[in-house]
Design a protein around this ligand. Structure first.
Ligand SMILES: [Zn+2]
Length: 92
């Protein structure tokens, strides 16, 4: 992820802009687009994993403890891989 950003940053030539502010805005927009792209890729990856779990009949079960994931949680986050307890655990 870091190296990808470096490639983008080095391909950008700040000398071509007429104003410093334009360069700053453009760099910010680029960074924002990059972040959105990363988020989208991650979500897509999560969805593909969820579909694979459906094929394997393991969908809806926590990958960490094996317990069934709460239905309300799956409804809110269909590609959740962890039950709320394990999710809380790994986040802290
Ligand atoms: Zn769990």
């Amino acid at each position: 992820m870091k190296s990808r950003y470096q490639v983008t940053a080095s391909s950008h030539n700040p000398g071509l802009g007429n104003h410093m502010a334009d360069d700053g805005t453009e760099a910010f927009e680029q960074a924002k687009a990059l972040a959105l792209n990363e988020q989208r890729k991650r979500t897509l990856n999560e969805i593909e994993r969820a579909l694979a779990r459906m094929d394997a009949d393991t969908y809806g079960y926590c990958e960490r403890c094996g317990e069934a994931i709460d239905f309300a949680r799956l409804k809110a986050l269909p590609y959740a891989t962890l039950c709320i307890r394990c999710q809380t655990f790994v986040e802290h």
